[in-house]
Design a protein around this ligand. Sequence first.
Ligand code: MSP
Length: 637
Amino acid sequence: MSNETFYLTTPIYYVNATPHLGHAYTTILVDTMTRFQRRRLEPEHVYFLTGTDEHGDKIVQAAAQAGESPQAYTDRISGIFQETWKRLGLTPNQFIRTTSEPHKRAVQRFLQQIYDAGDIYFGEYGGQYCFGCERFYTEKELQDGRCPDHQTTPTFIKEQNYFFRMGKYQDWLIDHIHCHPDFIRPERFRNEVLSFLKDPLEDLCISRPRTRLEWGIPLPFDDQYVTYVWFDALINYISALGWPDGEAFRRFWPNAQHLIAKDILKPHAIYWPIMLKAAGLLPYRHLNVHGYWKIEEAKMSKSRGSVVRPLDLADKYGVEAFRYFVLREMTFGLDASFSEEALVARLNADLANDLGNLYSRVLKLIQRYYDGRISELPGEGGLVDPTRVAIAEVTAATERFAFSEALAAIWNLVSATNKYLVTNEPWKQDPGDVRTKAVLFSAAETLRAIAVLLWPFLPQTAERMFRGLGISEPITSIRIEEAFSSPQHLGPRQWRVGEVEPLFPRIEAATAKPVPVKTEPTAAQESVADLIAIEEFRRIDLRVAEVIEAAAIPGSKKLVKLRVRLQDEERTVVAGLKEHYPPESWEGKRIILVANLKPTKLMGIASQGMVLAAEDESGRIVLLTPEAPIASGAKVR
Ligand code: MSP
């Protein structure tokens, strides 16, 4: 077994705000990636770190506003972050707080080390300071004299402070980025950093006088100063591992990766590697950078009131539907727009329809045909290739954080399985037939593979699928490459399908409220064999048609001959509706026509389509017509 380790961190979030979609997104990505790595490596060789950033002006101000002491305030908000991650089912190995004693000790040790090495000096600096960002801005960085982030006018401050000789390491950093092309990824952020490094790097002011700010970690070599919040915060990535002597640091640091959004690229891509270099430590392996969630094209902002709360969405639609949406919707490295409608559409189409229906359909057939038992039996080879392809694609895409692509690859397998069933129609076959069994077992085996692949992304759903299939083996004991372990596509050992519960309830799009899951099966659900897949439905070309004229057919009591228009095309259709709709009632009506029915001859007249009508139990028949005016030829979906 390999000794390879994997260490991935989220940024530590400021406690001046409670968790929103952006924080949840980064943390979900790290949760997904570390779950995936735990199925690839030894689970204890994988480490997921998150936490809260609790020092600095911002926090003092937020605490004052809340009427609390900084400590009481940070305890409370940090607690909300921890509780939120728990409720979202996220599983960090550690939640670090920068106000914890071990972290403070590590920061002081780090500072002392580079101070002793001569990389920190005392000097005077005057400049434009933004309290929101807690940093000085150069004139060039300001936009119309304002902070580009907060749009506020900075304050000119002149004071004596400690400075870190960043400039000294600029050439080393440029070299390192050139020699390690995937040090910062995706590439556009690497290019951004390289272009920033074209100008000389200024030294970094790493202290704040205590007279101005008390809420920070005192400098070990001058207790009249506290540490600049970024210098304090970045060190969390090693203090959490017990640097300098911790066993975890020795094991995990050589394989460290960070995940951040583009807003904090500079401290992570420039300050942090240089800090590590100055302290004689290895740089991290990769900095992975994702884009920003926007709401209707605007940046999410508390002041505008446009903040999406992850728990509200999880409560409304379910944790996993929310998780699926954010993982599927954002292309890694690019910005994405959040909308609740898009979430509902994905939930209905991908989760309730494609995956949910496949799962229920296969399980219900196995239950009906074989009393739920799946015993050892050779399968049928039709799904072997699509499964292999999915495993390879999911693995490759996940490794490079392309989670949207990975999910698309899983859904290709879901579609292939749906198609396979439509082609083989086990519901029309004899249950005792060996081939029928083989087809259903193949589908069940593929559902098992789908669940294994899905687990890092939607762990609860995958576990429910395992339970539904009656697989007793814990899903977490199966490695990704074993998702499909039986080369001959051998049927699984002894599974017993339990009660089939829908995986996801459909949501009514108009109201965006969950439709209660029916406990009583409807007639259609009862007879699983009568259900069709969406692909089957899509083969039927239903169109709106306009009746131009209608005539009786001599010698026929029931038939009426219609001339109809579909956009630019005219057709003749014979309908058996004369007793309910006499010829004179048809002209000008808009009807629904099955437009791709094979032409047939009725009373010697070729009929090119079929008119749809509904019939109730008393035999009353009414024509189906569009609810509002719509062009002839319009497609019915
Ligand atoms: N405390 C610093 C980070 C220190 S790390 C050593 C900080 N905190 S933060 O609370 O502002 O978090 C910023 C991070 O939150 C982003 O990098 C990203 O991970 C996440 N997001 C916050 N808003 C976001 C969006 N609108 N969209 C996507 N993610 C964003 O910066």
